[in-house]
Design a protein around this ligand. Structure first.
Ligand code: RM4
Ligand code: MN
Length: 387
């Protein structure tokens, strides 16, 4: 790829940010409230718009329902547009109601299954109003004890709910099915891995795609292999980017293992799947429990951008030649040369070409926005997990 192509690819990159990253969050031990945190979906969108204003590559905001429930979604979409961003994936939430103690769409009680399904269908109605393409489904469903419920019957119930939801989708809408190894269930999880998600998606049809949340695997899992495999099958719909040291830590993407992020982005570039038209939704799914939220989101977007720039720098011809010649060390060297390149000067230039400040972190800090929201957002109920 020429230098001109690399810059064009970087300018065209799009990353989707989660509305919930701007609200208060914490662990099951404590939610630490921060001053200036949004109280409404509009305020979350306003904060997300700052991330785009300073990075130039984060023009889309995912919503989570019911956290972001409003009376008029079309109005929310215009509010976003006025701030220079647009609404992205609608994330369903069937994990925060007392009724879901034994599961949502896999619950043994048909009344509760129906309630969960109705929520999924409500989310598609919301997509119609917001113009969103993607319905992101993560199920916390599972069991804690052997014998607690029938593993196969739960798969049948899951498949049934997915089928009804899939059949409700418009022609340009998709289901993004997310998997997670464990938590909150500790014995069985109903969608624990990419294979399970992929099998359900295959049965549903082409509008069902797998989401890879980078924090949802066993330690040591080779995530870039999953990326390569799903891309090859045309079933990779999205990422939920974050980083982890232990389990689903939801830390900033690229913070724990920048090399892994580079390897993932290399598979994306290799498959020419970076372009927005390729249909891969590059989302962040993070919680900023102790660090300031808007700068943390900016840093995360920049981390993905840095990994992408390095992936774009891989000399594909030299790599293919070394691979064909069986030159193990040569091939590895080509990849490492790209990873070890300092792409920060290149990215400063790309930002200048885009009319942005070359240093988004300090530009945001200088902007006074953080002080402004602390002064203005007084009173009301801060968004979050119950701070
Ligand atoms: C889950 C999963 C989902 C996210 C929720 C908040 O672990 O990652 O994508 O919506 O957390
Ligand atoms: Mn996720």
């Amino acid at each position: 790829m020429t230098g001109v192509d690399i810059r064009a690819a970087l300018r065209a990159q799009q990353i989707e940010v989660p509305s919930w990253a701007y609200g208060n969050s914490g662990t099951r031990f404590k939610v630490f409230a921060q001053p200036g945190v949004p109280r409404t979906p509009e305020e979350k969108i306003a904060d997300a718009a700052q991330v785009h204003a300073f990075t130039g590559i984060a023009p889309i905001v995912s919503l989570h329902i019911p956290w972001d429930r409003v009376d008029d979604y079309a109005k929310l979409a215009s509010y976003a547009a006025e701030r220079g961003v647009r609404l992205g994936a609608i994330n369903a939430n069937v994990f925060q109601d007392d009724d879901y103690r034994l599961g949502s769409v896999t619950n043994p009680d048909p009344r509760i299954r129906r309630k969960a399904l109705d929520h999924l269908l409500e989310c598609v109605d919301i997509m119609d109003a917001t113009g969103s393409r993607d319905l992101k489904l993560w199920f916390s469903d599972g069991t804690n004890y052997p014998g607690q419920d029938d593993i196969r019957a739960r798969q049948d119930r899951l498949a049934e709910a997915l089928r009804v939801t899939y059949d409700r989708l418009g022609p340009d809408q998709r289901i993004l099915l997310e998997y997670k190894l464990f938590e909150p269930a500790f014995y069985t999880t109903d969608v624990p891995d990419w294979g399970t998600a992929y099998a359900h998606c295959l049965r549903l049809g082409e509008k069902a795609q797998v989401v890879i949340d980078t924090g949802h695997h066993a330690p040591g899992t080779n995530i870039e292999f999953i990326v390569a495999f799903l891309l090859r099958e045309g079933r990779l719909g999205a990422f939920d980017f974050n980083s982890r040291f232990y389990a689903d830590d939801d830390l900033m993407v690229g913070a724990a293992d920048p090399f892994q992020l580079f390897r993932i982005m290399h598979e994306i570039v290799r498959a020419d799947a970076l372009r927005p038209e390729s249909g891969i939704n590059f989302m962040l799914d993070q919680c900023h429990n102790i660090e300031p939220k808007i700068p943390a989101q900016i840093r995360s977007v920049l981390n993905v951008q840095e990994a992408t720039a390095k992936a774009l720098l891989v000399d594909a011809e030299a790599l293919a030649a070394a691979q064909a010649a069986g030159d193990v060390l040569g091939a590895n060297g080509v990849l490492m040369d790209a990873f070890n390149t300092d792409v920060r000067p290149l990215l400063r230039e790309v930002r200048e070409e885009m009319g942005l400040d070359p240093d988004p972190m300090t530009a945001y800090a200088r902007s006074g926005y953080a002080e402004k929201i602390v002064a203005e957002r007084v009173g009301g109920q801060q968004a979050g997990w119950g701070a």
